[in-house]
Every structure is written in structure tokens, then in C-alpha cells.
Design a protein around this ligand. Structure first.
Ligand code: HPA
Length: 250
């Protein structure tokens, strides 16, 4: 069965892997996907913001993307998010495995269950991220020269603006660790379609108010990103659909 990898900011290709571009049309819109070649024929790759990073977070067609992945027969999705760090437990350039989220997005098409003449589904979010995939991300991180921290709570803001210092103080008090603009609705749309989903956050800056001005990390960040993609491919190859616990619809 195919698996899917959704790349966030800075992840526009699968390093060293040939891909074939394919356009998919569904009832929500058109989606550009890339299918791995050679040993990676069962890997579907999607760049969330587009190859040229031209789609802002609130304009991403999340439903079209997730439906396209589902229609290709995917059961497991791994996703990456560039984030700001709110907590010293999640240092810049090191990965955080997401285990929970706080959703502050608005105005997005955030559900597949929005037609009053169809049956209503309430997806269960006690465990929003697949524990099997998340554990594997933690276990295999060191093999790919990555520092990986467990238990990150992702704060999803609407963007595209960054936060104010007071907002960051609030998010920290609420239990957030990293802040970004795209994990919601992605994670729960995948759950609504019955797919297992796990994700890593890569802090590329300290969030607003934690230093005088936000500065995006430079240095070896591209190497970290390449290692992160290799980690995710490794996790997808070392786990199976059957091991993952599918999301629950109530
Ligand atoms: N805030 C929101 N989204 C982000 C940030 C941030 O500080 N850094 C990268 N994506």
C-alpha cells in the first residue's frame, strides 16, 4: 500500500530520490503530487505550500490534498512542520514529535462532514497522532543524526502573520510548545478519512518575544531537513498499515 509524506516549509523534494509529477482532480480541487520512482514507488510526496512556496497557510486546499492522498489508497501519512519554538524543551534545529495540538485557526474548510444531508461524523481526538509512527520517529532519529524530542503540543495559528509576544505568553500558559500555521486542519482531516497520521515539528526560530526580533535559523538547517526526510522514509518503510491504530469516528 502507498504511504504519504507531506513536506512543509523548506521541504520541496525528496533528496536523492527521483519522482514523477502527477495532477489529481477531486471534488475539492486540483492537487499536485509526486510519486517516488525506483525503490520508492509506494511513496506519495506532497509539498504543502507548492514547489515555490506560493500558497499561504490559510489558502492551502487541505481537503483536496488529504482526499487526493486517501484516494491513492494511502493509510499512513507523515508530515513536517516548520515552527517557532515556545519552549526550551524544543530547541531550534532539533525535532519535536507532535502528540497533541491547540487549534486557533479559523475561516478554513476544516471538515469533510459539512453537508447537512449526509451523515455526521465526529472524529475522536484523544490521541490525534498515531503512537506507532510517533514512537518510530523517536526511536530512529539518532540513526539519522537528529535530536528528536517527544511530546510536543502544536499551537496552530491562522497566520500568515506571526504572533505577538502576548499571544506567545498565552500559548505557553495553555501548554503549547511549538507554534505554526498548518497542522490544523491537516491532522483531523486525515483522521476523518480514517488515515493514521504522525508529524515532526522543526523549530526554525524562537517565537515572538523570546528574543528581540524573530531571526530564522541558518547554518546547517538544510542538512537537518534532508535528514528529517530520510528519517520519515525510514519510519514509513519500517512500519506497516496494520500496526497503526486507525482513528476512531464516533
Ligand atoms: N510562528 C508561526 N509559525 C511559524 C513560526 C512562528 O514563530 N516559525 C515558523 N513558522
Amino acid at each position: 500500500m502507498p504511504t504519504a509524506l507531506i513536506g512543509g516549509t523548506g521541504i520541496y523534494s525528496l533528496p536523492g530520490i527521483e519522482v514523477k509529477a502527477r495532477k489529481i482532480q477531486n471534488e475539492y480541487g486540483e492537487v499536485q503530487i509526486y510519486v517516488g520512482q525506483g525503490d520508492y514507488e509506494d511513496v506519495i510526496f506532497l509539498t504543502r505550500h507548492g514547489q515555490d512556496h506560493s500558497t499561504p497557510p490559510h489558502k492551502i486546499n487541505y481537503r483536496a490534498n488529504i482526499k487526493a492522498i486517501k484516494d491513492l489508497g494511502v493509510q499512513r501519512i507523515l508530515s513536517t512542520y516548520a515552527v517557532g519554538s515556545i519552549s526550551t524543551d524544543y530547541p531550534v534545529s532539533e525535532l519535536g514529535v507532535l502528540r497533541d495540538f491547540l487549534d486557533f485557526t479559523h475561516g478554513r474548510d476544516f471538515t469533510f462532514f459539512d453537508q447537512i444531508d449526509k451523515s455526521v461524523g465526529h472524529v475522536e481526538m484523544s490521541q490525534p497522532f498515531c503512537s506507532v509512527l510517533s514512537d518510530a520517529l523517536l526511536e530512529l532519529g539518532a540513526k539519522h543524526d537528529l535530536k528528536v524530542h517527544d511530546g510536543a503540543v502544536y499551537v496552530a495559528t491562522n497566520g500568515p502573520r506571526f504572533e505577538s509576544p502576548a499571544e506567545i505568553r498565552m500559548y505557553r500558559q495553555l501548554g503549547g510548545h511549538v507554534v505554526g500555521m498548518t497542522c490544523c486542519p491537516e491532522v483531523y482531516l486525515a483522521a476523518e478519512l480514517g488515515m493514521s497520521f504522525a508529524a515532526v515539528a522543526l523549530p526554525i526560530n524562537l517565537a515572538a518575544g523570546l528574543e528581540k526580533n524573530i531571526t530564522l535559523v541558518g547554518g546547517n538547517i538544510n542538512e537537518v531537513r534532508a535528514n528529517m526526510v530520510n528519517l520519515m522514509l525510514d519510519v514509513l518503510s519500517q512500519t506497516t498499515d496494520a500496526q497503526c491504530v486507525p482513528p476512531i469516528l464516533l
